[in-house]
Design a protein around this ligand. Structure first.
Ligand code: SF4
Length: 64
């Protein structure tokens, strides 16, 4: 499983960093920073939820 973010779309709402702080953070400009491109498989459902909830559609979850 791989996660990607489109930093050009992120509006800095911060939901992802709040819900999965081991995977996502925010920079000084509030734009998302991806901490872990290959999160553990058990986080798959949580990642789907965060990707769905992201108001910018900036998060993609790729299943290999
Ligand atoms: S939830 Fe989406 S818009 Fe909000 S910080 Fe994360 S990537 Fe950016």
């Amino acid at each position: 499983m791989r996660v990607s973010v489109d930093r050009s779309r992120c509006c800095g709402a911060g939901l992802c960093a709040q819900d999965l702080p081991d995977v996502f953070d925010q920079g000084d400009d509030a734009v998302v920073v991806l901490l872990d491109e290959h999160p553990a498989d058990e986080l798959a459902d949580d990642l789907d939820d965060v990707a769905f909830a992201c108001p910018s559609g900036a998060i993609r979850v790729h299943r290999d």
